[in-house]
Design a protein. Structure first.
Lengths: 296, 358
């Protein structure tokens, strides 16, 4: 029984990681419907940002989020202006542009690091709660708290603020939103930038867990897309739940069945959910079409 | 600059290039096939550093066959690039011999391509056993292969670890963990056979993807089996994540044995030295190995530090360095770079070395 509980806890904590790396994508893909294959690289840049802050300024990765998030927000502005906005009427071309961005970012980091694996230390790593077999580490606990808090804040932002309402309006019908006086281009840019900043935050928070490499974003991108789609495009609560489902299924499948099969098992569940409910767990009917339809 | 000035500059530059070509024809050109870009470049560059150090030493003593030795890089991170790199090195750069790499799949394709050009392919670092099993007439391997690592890990467990924990070989238990590509699987397959031959009980075999975001399941499964020795074959990222997870889960078996990686600064940075106590590694010989076991290693380390002003990135560079020296010995003994003669000379040198060792 204790082992079962431990596996459940491991799954929830892993779900926190998946939820966190998906949260920026949930805005960029789930809300404004940009299929951003470079999202994993934005997370990777956040990780290296935390590493630079740690190695050059001696900052703890959790403190470094105060630098990394604004930096990634600004980086998002540049990417959106240079690579995304000029192609806003060509959604398929945007996909290729994000592929190009992925390659450029990976190789630029590679040039500077030559592929050496770096680690970021934090005092939190030595903190853990042990209840019998169950272990809750500080690094994972912070991620779980962060993803839950950010999800709540993001939900409130999208539902309660004027900018949040603008984002939702632009997503649903760009022309009608423009007629209502919403600055469509600015709204898209701000959404992309927030998504980029959240990817940076995710990178900084997960940096103490992994060995940094230029290609590490690839490890998360498939899971991130699955989480966003599984939860329901644009649904913040859905993405949180999607992350938890993927994490828990992976933990149980990896421990009780086979670590080699765990990804196949949660993708099978992902496919089943899509067949039964194409909008994902919390998505609105028709939401999966909205962004693409209205961008033309 | 006016047009006349530009023409004069172009003429001087052209003359310089022609002169350069004329000089280059007096050298023995060796094409070094490795990943020099992309995520695998770290060790590709390290191998090239090893090759270059060996070439520098030989050139200081007059080169080989009375000519200077020149290394030309061919960038290859996958089999297709391996074939293209060999074609380009042979047809455009006029290399006479090819040397490479630590990626078995690239070595496989590149050596095949080299055979089509009737050139020697000298393998210094690739581990897959099948490379030599193909019996290509142009292929020579100077480094270890996967089975060597597997056998050495079994010997280390039986001869060193078992006595250290006060058990006989048939009393100890091991868990075999490996990353799930051909690299990890082939080594684990040989380990299984050899451990069973030695009477060691295998409590379980686990496989994982080296890109996995979480390896807690891997750690918990090993902990459930409670082996004396936890044997892992993999890469740096998964090895580090596994050790970190084990530390977080409070799991520390009596002994941990890593195969292939685990002895670089990347692992030292990722974990504290306290947890790494009791971690043994079977891998390429290290440059800081005792002179008794690795004659010449100290000299290599010295020249590496002088040349590159840093510590070696990974021990693979020394295997590349030794491999290049062996290749040049074989070329010198053959008196030519011709494929069959170099291979025959390599075999004679190998036979002589084995006789001396025995």
């Amino acid at each position: 029984m204790e082992t079962l509980l431990n596996v459940l806890v491991v799954g929830i904590l892993l779900g926190g990681i998946y939820g966190l790396v998906s949260i920026g994508l949930n805005l960029i893909f789930g809300v404004i419907r940009i299929v951003n294959f470079a999202q994993g690289e934005l997370v990777m840049l956040g990780m290296y940002g935390a590493f630079l802050a740690y190695s050059m300024l001696g900052l703890d990765p959790y403190v470094s989020t105060l630098i990394v998030m604004p930096a990634m927000f600004l980086f998002g502005v540049i990417v959106q202006r240079v690579a995304i906005q000029p192609l806003q009427a060509e959604s398929s071309m945007q996909i290729f542009a994000t592929f190009g961005l992925l390659t450029v970012l990976q190789n630029v980091v590679l040039v500077f690091t030559r592929g050496e694996g770096y680690s970021v230390a934090t005092k939190v790593a030595s903190f853990s709660i042990a209840i019998g077999e169950i272990r809750i580490t500080g690094t994972h606990l912070i991620i779980l708290i962060a993803v839950t808090a950010i999800s709540v804040l993001l939900h409130l932002f999208l539902q309660r603020t004027l900018m949040g309402k603008s984002i939702r309006a632009v997503t649903q019908d760009r022309q009608a939103a423009r007629l209502m006086g919403i600055n469509v281009e600015r709204t898209f840019m701000v959404t992309f930038d927030i998504g980029s900043a959240l990817a940076g935050l995710a990178g900084a928070l997960i940096a103490p867990i992994y060995t940094l490499s230029p290609g590490i974003g690839d490890n998360f991108i498939l899971a991130a897309f699955a989480v966003v789609v599984l939860g329901g495009l644009g649904s913040v609560a859905g993405a949180w739940a999607g992350g938890m489902i993927v994490g828990i299924v992976e933990a149980f499948a990896g421990y009780y069945i086979d670590p080699e099969l765990k990804q196949a098992i949660w993708f099978l569940i992902f496919l089943l959910v899509l067949v039964i409910r194409p909008t994902g767990l919390s998505g609105q009917v028709g939401a999966e079409e909205v962004g693409f339809r209205e961008q033309s | 600059m006016n047009i006349a000035g530009r023409l004069i500059s172009a003429a001087i530059l052209g003359g310089g290039l022609l002169a350069g070509t004329a000089i280059a024809q007096d050298s023995v050109r060796i094409g070094a096939v490795n990943p020099y870009s992309g995520p695998l470049a770290l060790y590709g560059d390290e191998l090239a550093r090893g090759y270059q150090l060996a070439i520098n030493e030989r050139n200081a003593k007059g080169g080989v066959l009375g000519k200077r030795i020149e290394m030309i890089r061919g960038d290859a991170g996958n089999p297709q690039q391996g074939i293209a790199a060999v074609d380009q090195l042979v047809t455009r750069d006029k290399v006479e011999i090819l040397i490479g790499t630590y990626i078995s799949a690239v070595s496989n394709a590149a050596s095949d391509a080299a055979l089509r050009h009737q050139k020697v392919y000298w393998d210094t670092n690739a581990l897959a056993a099948e490379l030599t099993e193909r019996k290509l007439p142009n292929f020579v391997r100077s480094g270890p292969h996967g089975a060597n690592f597997a056998e050495m890990s079994v010997r280390a467990t039986v001869e060193m670890i078992a006595p250290a924990i006060g058990k006989k070989p048939n009393e100890i238990t091991v868990w075999l963990e490996h990353e799930d590509s051909i690299y990890g699987k082939t080594i684990a397959d040989v380990q299984k056979v050899e451990f069973e031959k030695a009477g060691v009980k295998i409590t379980g075999i686990g496989a994982h993807n080296f890109r996995a975001a979480d390896l807690t399941d891997v750690v918990l499964r090993a902990r459930r089996a409670n082996p004396d020795v936890w044997v892992q074959t993999g890469y740096v990222p998964d090895g580090n994540l596994m050790l970190r997870t084990a530390r977080e889960q409070g799991y520390k078996p009596k002994m941990i044995l890593f195969v292939g990686t685990g002895d670089t600064f990347e692992t030292l940075d990722a974990l504290d030295t306290e947890y790494l106590e009791g971690l043994f590694v079977v891998s390429y010989p290290r440059p800081d190995v005792a002179e008794k076991f690795g004659p010449g290693a100290a000299a290599y380390l010295d020249s590496y530090r002088k040349a590159y002003n840093r510590e070696p990135v990974a021990p693979q560079g020394m295997a590349a360095f030794t491999g290049m020296h062996m290749l040049l010995d074989a070329v010198a003994a053959a008196g030519t770079t011709e494929m069959t003669k170099v291979r025959a000379a390599a075999k004679q040198l190998s036979d002589r070395l084995w006789r001396e060792v025995r």
